[in-house]
Write a protein that binds this ligand. Structure first.
Ligand code: OFO
Length: 172
C-alpha cells in the first residue's frame, strides 16, 4: 500500500506527464505548419513518449492498488516566435519535470518506499537523456546561427538527432 503522500505526488506527476505530452503535440503541430518536418517528427515522438511516461505511472498506481486519476488538460501554447524558442520551451519543460522527479525520489526515500524509489529510477535516467538531447539541439541551433539557410540546416540536424535517438532506442 502506498503512503498517501506518495499516491498524491505520483498522481501530480502523472498530470505533469500528460501536460508535457500535450505541450509537445502543440509544438509538433507548429513545426509541421512551418514545414519543419524533422522538428515536427521530433516533437510528435516526444509527445508519444510523454504519454507513455504517464501510462507507466498510471499502471504503477493501479498495480499498487492506489487511486489513479486521469487528469484534465489545459490548452497548450500553440504559437511560438521561432524554432529556437520552441526548443527553449522544451528544455524548460524537461528541467521542470526533472525537478519534480527528484522531489518524488526524495519523498519516496523519506517514506522508506523502496518500491517507488526503484520505479522512479527509470525516470531519473530518462530525464538525463531527454535534457541532453534538447541541449544538443539548442547547441546546434546556436552553431548554425540565423542566416538565410539556417532553418533548413536546423531541421536537417534535428532529423539526424531523431535518427540517433531511434537507433539508441532500438539497441536498448
Ligand atoms: Fe521528459 O518528461 Fe516524462 O518523465
Amino acid at each position: 500500500m502506498l503512503h498517501p503522500k506518495i499516491e498524491n505526488a505520483l498522481n501530480a506527476q502523472l498530470a505533469r506527464e500528460a501536460a508535457a505530452s500535450s505541450n509537445y503535440l502543440a509544438m509538433a503541430v507548429w513545426c509541421d505548419q512551418q514545414s519543419l518536418d524533422g522538428c515536427a517528427r521530433f516533437f510528435y515522438r516526444q509527445s508519444d513518449e510523454e504519454r507513455m511516461h504517464m501510462m507507466k505511472i498510471l499502471h504503477y498506481l493501479i498495480e499498487c492498488n492506489a487511486a489513479a486519476e486521469v487528469p484534465g488538460l489545459q490548452k497548450p501554447a500553440a504559437a511560438f516566435p521561432n524554432v529556437q524558442q520552441v526548443f527553449h520551451a522544451a528544455l524548460e519543460q524537461e528541467q521542470a519535470v526533472t525537478r519534480s522527479i527528484n522531489e518524488l525520489v526524495e519523498l519516496a526515500q523519506e517514506c522508506s518506499d523502496h518500491s517507488t524509489q526503484h520505479f522512479l529510477q527509470w525516470y531519473v535516467g530518462e530525464q538525463r537523456e531527454e535534457e541532453a538531447t534538447v541541449t544538443k539541439i539548442l547547441d546546434r541551433i546556436r552553431l548554425i546561427g540565423d542566416g538565410s539557410m539556417s532553418l533548413y540546416y536546423i531541421d536537417s540536424e534535428v532529423e539526424k538527432i531523431n535518427a540517433q535517438v531511434l537507433a539508441s532506442e532500438t539497441e536498448a
